[in-house]
Write a new protein. Sequence first.
Length: 125
Amino acid sequence: MKTTNLFFHWAPRLICILAILFLSMFAFDVFNPNFTLFHQILGLLIHLVPSFFLLVILLVAWKWERIGGIILTITGVILSILVFFPNYRHNHSVIESLGIVAMISLPFIISGILFLADDYRKSRT
């Protein structure tokens, strides 16, 4: 297997896994000593719902690259919109809001495009 084949095969998977782990880190803000253990675990599970959703999309993309790549790209674009506007209302800075969008949703767009590129590369050979 050539190096480019390895890149297009593993890069989207690794980027998506790292992005999901990055988003999952934000769920840990739920821990508070004033809450019971049950409420903390329940809050953690609720905060991890987007990560579980993205993990399902990753599993679909792993099996069917074209479908998963399209879904990941669309999810990244929708996530960009959902992240940009609340952040812009909060900080009134386009540059800062775009930076936050780039950190949170751009990895999913890039991963989706790389899944599509890998599927296209495989279909041509």
